[in-house]
Structures are given as structure tokens and as C-alpha cells.
Ligand binder design. Structure first.
Ligand code: ZN
Length: 252
């Protein structure tokens, strides 16, 4: 069995002790590849270094809606120069949950659009974050018909079929929820991906508080799809990992 973690942040300070053990845990858990995503200035550089060090880790670079409020323009050339070392552009997107002023939205949108255009010109897929801005994200992305899109940690079950119609991938996280189950059932296999969003989106079983997530845990998301669809985990693993493999252009 082969599993792929389509989205995580391994440059995060919660991994300051190093990633040797995290990568060893991936191997034990049949996770062949983890896609780690940069979100801005400092961590794009860290992200690239990590991907260079470990064969099991591939990188995407981008500027998140958080970092879009700072100076982000220099990152366009950083990403461009790294073209042959990365498998996608992200994490990029719009967030109207944490940010509520139209001025902030404007800045986010400028940044988002600039990176989608860059992805189009470099022929790379995009990994998109959207929170309370789904309609606008769909509108913006729909005008770039040649860009391949993955909506990361996407749990809006009403809109998931719309994403599928556009040929986008919907990536499901390791946290249990009703909408994850609904989406796992409603979409075709070809539209699904699985992610941990490590170090986030993991709960301590005892006290329900935050616990550090890691790519080895991605099996939890694959298992949720298998259970929702009443299909063997091996088949889900094979078909859903293949989507991520194609999307990011990963070699076997
Ligand atoms: Zn993320």
C-alpha cells in the first residue's frame, strides 16, 4: 500500500528537533511522499531546503492569505527561480474568517491572483486555502481554465460537487467530521485527495486538545474515505494517491 500526504507544513517550529524521525515514521506507515507547502517569506526558503534533504518530501511554495498582508512581491521571483525544484504553487488563497476588512481582502486578492498567474505561466498546479471566501475563490480560479487546482482541507460539502465539475481536487483532512464523510461519499474517486495539514488538524485522543500532527497520520483520512464508501482501504489508497501523484507530477 502507498499513501501520499498532499498537504503539510514541515518547516514549522514544532519540528525544530529535525525531521529524521518524522520521515522514518512515514516509511513505517507506508506514506511514500509528503507535500510540504511554504506560506511566505522565511518559510519558503526553509521548505525548499527540507525538500532537497529528503527524497520523501516534495515542496510547493507560495504566499498564504496571512502573509499577503506583508510585502510579498519578492516571493514571485523566488518561486520562479525554484521552478524545477518544486511540484506546485501554494499555499495561496483567500481568508475572510481571520481577516474581515475589505482592505485586507483586496491585498489578499492581489497576491492570490499574482500567484495563480505565475502558476499558469510556469505550468504548475495550485494548492488553495479558502475560508469564508469560497465563492470568490471559485470565481477567481474559474477564469484560469488551464490551471490545475487542489482545494486543501476543503469541507464545504455543498460546494464540493462544484469543485469536481471544474476538475479540481478536494483534499480531505485527518480530523473527523460529518462534512468529511459527506464529501467522501458524494465525489468520485478521481476528485479526492488526503492530507494531514501537519502540524495542525490533529486531536489528542485523551483530552481533545491540540497534538502535533505528522504525515504518518494521513492513513486516518484514507480510512475515513474507505469507511464512508464501504470500500477496502487498499483500493482507496491506490486510487486517491494516484490523483495526488498525477496532480503534482510525482515519479513512481
Ligand atoms: Zn496548510
Amino acid at each position: 500500500m502507498e499513501l501520499i500526504d498532499s498537504h503539510c507544513h514541515l518547516e514549522h517550529e514544532l519540528y525544530a528537533d529535525g525531521l529524521d524521525e518524522i520521515v522514518a515514521n512515514m516509511r513505517k506507515a507506508s506514506v511514500s511522499t509528503a507535500i510540504t507547502c511554504g506560506t511566505g517569506h522565511e518559510n519558503n526558503r526553509k521548505t525548499l531546503k527540507i525538500a532537497e534533504k529528503y527524497a520523501e518530501i516534495e515542496a510547493c511554495l507560495g504566499v498564504s492569505p496571512y502573509d499577503a498582508l506583508r510585502d510579498w512581491k519578492s516571493e514571485l521571483s523566488v518561486v520562479k527561480d525554484a521552478r524545477d525544484k518544486i511540484v506546485g504553487i501554494g499555499e495561496i488563497g483567500l481568508d475572510r474568517h481571520h481577516f474581515t476588512s475589505p482592505d485586507e481582502w483586496q491585498k489578499q486578492e492581489e497576491c492570490f491572483t499574482a500567484f495563480v498567474e505565475l502558476a499558469e505561466s510556469l505550468d504548475l498546479p495550485v494548492v488553495v486555502h479558502t475560508r469564508k471566501a469560497e465563492e470568490r475563490v471559485f470565481e477567481v480560479l474559474s477564469s484560469y481554465k488551464d490551471v490545475h487546482v487542489m482545494l486543501h482541507c476543503f469541507l464545504i460539502s455543498k460546494l464540493a460537487p462544484e469543485a469536481e465539475k471544474r476538475g479540481w481536487l478536494v483534499s480531505l483532512p485527518t480530523i473527523k467530521s460529518k462534512s468529511r464523510e459527506k464529501i467522501a461519499k458524494a465525489l468520485s474517486f478521481e476528485s479526492l485527495a488526503c492530507e494531514t495539514d501537519s502540524p495542525f488538524l490533529w486531536k489528542d485522543e485523551k483530552d481533545d486538545g491540540f497534538a502535533r500532527n505528522e504525515p504518518a497520520n494521513v492513513v486516518e483520512a484514507y480510512t475515513a474515505i474507505a469507511q464512508a464508501r464501504k470500500q477496502p482501504l487498499e483500493e482507496v489508497a491506490e486510487r486517491v494517491s494516484e490523483n495526488a501523484r498525477k496532480f503534482f507530477g510525482l515519479q513512481k
